[in-house]
Ligand binder design. Structure first.
Ligand code: CAP
Ligand code: MG
Length: 421
């Protein structure tokens, strides 16, 4: 094999950041393509430059240390990066290389971080355990809803719909990803009206009720909105992490508000959908955890959106560099002081999906249904009741069909939408 400057198959990484790429070369050898990826994502460019050979630059070179089929592992010396700066890290490992002519396609499948980088981030303020404590829910999955119609409701209707959802048994009510502060529904008014209803529902049900208000906006406005949530005693904020951008997410986390952070992943499919190109959801979830979201959408494997259960399980399980350790979950893998993140399944769900979700993704999960609650024939409250009944059935090890015989809301939901084996 021709000697490539950025390939060293004998190299044993120690304190490096490691990336697993799937690379399809473009009319050149895989080695040459891998070498080009390693150089462009670290210290090199398309030609030799005069100062490229000095020792201290040489030391920062990325090294391709494994090539198996089209899977290429690259080790990046930790000093290549500003440690607590996600945009900076991604500009190297998922930057120019995504558009290089040397590759027909390239997908960043997995990342593993050295201790020094893990330690430079705070991670989630709450994570699974503290969210359970805050919500006073010991072991069952959390049940949530997204107010529907997703846009168009005024503040009063929004709050009323939230109230009915909580009353029926939802723990969590969240805004939709494209609701911010529009003419028909302003942030301030929606926030105070909906939080008022959360208090009322808490008093009436004796359960904890959380409103996940969407603070996604330009960063200064986002922080103002989050301050308002804190002032009014909200438990959570929600942010569209990808449309807002990684720096915005860091801004929100580092402001260190009292609220937990719910991460919506709208636009992730632009990176994740093509299995040959882009960035895997696992990598996106890892960066979100590093910065410190408390819960994140991971998909359903079954609802209205693209994504197979195998890939979603991978996000929850630790398949670091493709070595499956079945007992550990990905969002919960041991990461120095960084807490585990709660996975959220959402998108086209209804009560009939609940046995499938718990069986495949476990109980440390938020199960959310928008249409699958507000579309219930008997209304929103009955829709939420049916969701909780489906959870209860699974916990009591009963089939939905059997449980529905004595639970009319569930019976109606199954009639409307069926169930999944
Ligand atoms: C769900 C949802 C969520 C999707 C996002 C929606 O509503 O609010 O945005 O779940 O997908 O608008 O589709 P429904 P993901 O329950 O009515 O489908 O979680 O996969 O990122
Ligand atoms: Mg939505």
């Amino acid at each position: 094999m021709k000697k490539f400057e950025f390939i060293n198959l004998k190299y044993k990484p120690k304190n490096d950041l490691i990336c697993l790429f799937k690379i399809m070369p473009n009319k050149i050898s895989l080695e040459k393509a891998a070498n080009t990826v390693a150089l462009e994502s670290s210290v090199g460019t398309w030609t030799k430059v005069a100062r490229g050979k000095v020792d201290y630059v040489e030391k920062l070179k990325a090294k391709v240390f494994s090539i198996r089929g089209n899977w290429v592992k690259i080790a990046y010396p930790q000093d290549l990066f500003e440690k607590d700066n996600v945009p900076n890290i991604l500009s190297s490992i998922a930057g120019n290389i995504m558009g290089m002519k040397a590759v027909r396609s390239i997908r960043l499948e997995d990342v593993s971080f050295p201790k020094s980088i893990l330690k430079s981030f705070s991670g989630p303020k709450y994570g699974i355990e503290s969210i359970r404590k805050m919500m006073k829910i010991k072991t069952r999955p959390l049940v949530g809803t997204i107010i529907k119609p997703k846009l168009g409701l005024n503040e009063e209707e929004h709050a009323q719909s939230a109230y009915e959802s909580w009353k029926g048994g939802c723990d969590i009510v969240k805004d939709d990803e494209n609701l911010a502060s529009q003419k028909f529904n302003s942030f301030e008014k929606r926030l105070s009206k909906t939080l008022e209803m959360a208090d009322k529902a808490e008093k009436e049900t004796g359960e904890k009720k959380a409103y996940l208000v969407n603070v996604t906006a330009e960063t200064k406005e986002m922080i103002k909105r989050a301050q308002l949530v804190e002032k009014q005693g909200g438990k959570y904020v929600m942010i569209d992490i990808l449309t807002s951008g990684w720096a915005a997410l860091q801004t929100l986390r580092e402001a260190n508000f009292k609220m937990a952070i719910h991460a919506h992943r709208a636009m992730h499919a632009a990176f994740t959908r093509n299995p040959e190109h882009g960035i895997s959801m696992m990598v996106i979830a890892d960066f979100a955890r590093l910065i410190g979201v408390d819960q994140i959408h991971i998909g359903t494997g079954i609802g209205k959106l693209e994504g197979k259960i195998k890939e979603i399980k991978e996000i929850k399980e630790d398949i670091e560099m493709k070595k499956v350790k079945a007992t550990k979950k990905r969002l919960e893998q041991k990461w120095e002081n960084i807490k585990p993140v709660l996975g959220v399944s959402s998108g086209g769900l209804h009560p009939g999906h609940i046995p499938f979700l718990i069986k495949n993704l476990g109980k440390d999960l938020v199960i959310q249904a928008g249409g699958g609650i507000h579309g219930h024939k008997f209304g929103t409250e009955a829709g939420a009741i049916a969701m909780r009944q489906a959870v209860d059935a699974v916990l009591k090890k009963k089939s939905l069909k059997e449980y529905a015989k004595t639970h009319v809301e569930l019976e109606e939901a199954l009639k409307q939408w069926g169930s999944v084996k």
